[in-house]
Design a protein around this ligand. Structure first.
Ligand SMILES: Nc1ncnc2c1ncn2[C@@H]1O[C@H](COP(=O)(O)OP(=O)(O)OP(=O)(O)O)[C@@H](O)[C@H]1O
Ligand SMILES: [Mg+2]
Length: 581
């Protein structure tokens, strides 16, 4: 169905062509080099095409050929461990084909290896009736993940056979309304269209990340959305990687939009070495990485978000929990701005296109915990965590503002905290979560009935600390009454012994929920005992000298929950000693 046209105008990544029967979002091969592009606007007989590859050297008069199909991704075994560019070309293959790091233009590469044979185990049999989304069989894709082959259409299974196949070989056939169709191990899906589900649920369980400040103070729901804004060097990437590594999801999709040329190279170098904490196997065995280096054209960056979220939805549809990280969405928005600028449209705020808000909302709306398509009940989720890098850390800019409007958790990274090496540098006074109400029941049933009460009490102390600190700055700590000085002693514990968590520590990089609960309980016990002792006339100085304070500082390294229970006993005993003595 190829329709041929001709280029009339070129402006950076945006090309105008006279193209017959053009349809919005169809993919076009542009120029003699057959550069890949997508129609993003049509006016009269002119199609405006954003081109995913470098357009230098392109000339008016060259051809433009529409494929008659929107931009799509290939979904099947072989996705995991892949590193793709924004339009699902495997980086390794295109680099090899280009003969170096700089990617040659017009290079076509199969998204998934078409030669590799997979061991397919059919789980349906001849005569079975299947619906879209039913599992037809499985392939052990990596040691960690079983790939479930989903029916892409409904019908009756005519034949199906287990065995070793490439993704293009027929493993059987299916009939529908008297016609027979082959069954293959892969399918295609249009990236700009969310994959359908039976139902989306309000989030009611947390995404357990092993990060104390997130799980305890600002929990993200499974299938929820979070945004991590932070100025340059405040820890966006480290935080995203910790979440990728330690969250209780089976699949990770990581979209890197590098700002500095070498940043993505770092991610590309580091990611293959990350270990899955549960099995010690490479994290890549359950990861799909999408990388936009700064030398790639902006339009590919724009597409990468859609490519990533579509892959995430596909694994969700198998019944998996998926964590999607986008680092950083500001680079995506800047790609939109650059392309928007070329369209000569009326720009919105700060030069971003007027559709920025809608695009951001549409992206985050693709998160969710769902009942997957298919006859048998099966649930999956996509949680989306996007980093934002506001210029100068100023959150009033459009990308931050529009992201804030649609995401439910806000983890504000803070330059002063990072400067003081308080990591993760998430500011506890500026951050928030809107999921506490949804998750209360889960925390009550699975951790403790006073989980949220503890959180509220700790938060109140931290807020009080902020007020007290203003006074301290004026008159010094000694001017405060002892009760208030005691608050500062406790909040220091909350900050240093609970909130601070080193992403590179062997024992503390991930902290189980039960331990998080016990750690906070220990600190709050200390706080309560301090207040009681002060009421009984014990001097604060005596409390400050207690040896048990040092032990609270070592909670992070305590591997066993019972160590914390012992510590709580010790706190009781220490204070008993003080009040008796
Ligand atoms: N949780 C953490 N534990 C220990 N160190 C951390 C943590 N978070 C950040 N850091 C330190 O801060 C440095 C900068 O972090 P990171 O690269 O994630 O910042 P960024 O916000 O992604 O920066 P950029 O704006 O350049 O992308 C890290 O190299 C690391 O030394
Ligand atoms: Mg970064």
């Amino acid at each position: 169905m190829a329709k041929k046209g001709k280029i009339v105008r070129i402006s950076g990544p945006v090309v105008e062509a006279e193209l017959p029967d053009a349809r919005l979002y169809d993919v076009v091969k542009v120029g003699d080099a057959r550069l890949l592009g997508e129609i993003i606007k049509i006016s009269g007989n002119i199609s405006i095409i954003q081109v995913y590859e470098d357009t230098s050297g392109l000339q008016p008069g060259e051809s433009a050929v529409s494929t008659g199909q929107p931009l799509s991704v290939e979904l099947g075994p072989g996705l995991l461990q892949s590193i793709y560019d924004g339009i699902q070309r495997p980086l390794k293959v295109i680099e090899e084909k280009s003969g170096g790091f700089y990617i040659a233009r017009g290079v076509e590469a199969d998204p998934i290896d078409k030669k590799k044979k997979w061991e397919f185990k059919a789980t349906v049999k001849k005569g079975d009736r299947v619906k879209i989304g039913d599992i037809l069989g499985t392939v052990q894709e990596t040691e960690l993940i079983e790939h479930r082959i989903l029916a892409a259409m409904e019908g009756r299974i005519e034949d199906i056979k287990s065995g070793k196949y490439t993704i293009e070989e027929d493993v059987g056939s299916i009939s529908f309304e008297g016609k027979k169709y082959p069954i293959k191990l892969y399918q295609r899906w249009f990236v700009r269209k969310a994959r359908p589900v039976i139902e989306k649920f309000p989030p009611n369980m947390p995404l357990v990340t092993g990060q104390r400040i997130v799980d305890t103070f600002f929990p993200i729901a499974k299938g929820g959305t979070a945004c991590i804004p932070g100025p340059f060097g405040s820890g966006k990437t480290v935080t995203q990687q910790s979440l990728a590594k330690y969250s209780d999801t089976q699949i990770v999709v990581y979209i890197g939009c590098g700002e500095r040329g070498n940043e993505m190279t770092e991610v590309l170098k580091e990611f293959p070495h990350l270990e899955d904490p549960n099995t010690g196997k490479p994290l890549m065995q359950r990861t799909v990485l999408i990388a936009n280096t700064s030398n790639m054209p902006v339009a590919a960056r724009e597409a990468s978000i859609y490519t990533g979220v579509t892959i995430a939805e596909y694994f969700r549809d198998m019944g998996y929990d998926v964590a999607l990280m986008a680092d950083s969405t500001s680079r995506w928005a800047e790609a939109m701005r650059e392309i928007g600028g070329r369209l000569e449209e009326m720009p919105g705020e700060e030069g971003y296109p007027a559709y920025l808000a809608r695009r951001l909302a549409e992206f985050y709306e693709r998160a969710g915990r769902v009942r997957c398509l298919g006859t048998k009940e099966r649930y999956g989720s996509v949680s989306i965590i996007g980093a934002v890098s506001p210029p100068g850390g100023d959150l009033s800019e459009p990308v931050s503002q529009n992201t804030l409007r649609v995401t439910k958790v806000f983890l504000a990274l803070d330059a002063p905290l990072a400067y003081r090496r308080h990591f993760p540098a998430i500011n506890w006074l500026k951050s928030y979560t809107l999921y506490h109400d949804n998750l209360e029941e889960w925390f009550t049933e699975n951790v403790s009935s006073d989980f949220l009460k503890q959180v509220k009490a700790s938060m109140a102390l931290l807020q009080k600390e902020a007020e007290l600190q203003e006074v301290v700055q004026l008159v010094g700590p000694d001017a405060l009454p002892e009760k208030e000085q005691a608050i500062l002693l406790v909040t220091k514990m909350i900050r240093e012994d609970f909130l601070q968590q080193n992403a590179f520590s062997d024992v503390d990089a991930r902290c189980e929920l039960d331990k998080q609960y016990q750690m906070l309980k220990t600190i709050l016990k200390f706080s309560e005992k301090t207040n009681e002792a002060l009421d009984l006339g014990v001097q604060l100085k005596k409390i400050q000298e207690l040896a048990v304070i040092g032990k609270v500082g070592r909670m992070k390294e305590m591997p066993q929950l019972k160590d914390l229970e012992v510590l709580q006993k010790e706190i009781d005993n220490s204070f008993e000693g003080l009040t008796r003595g």
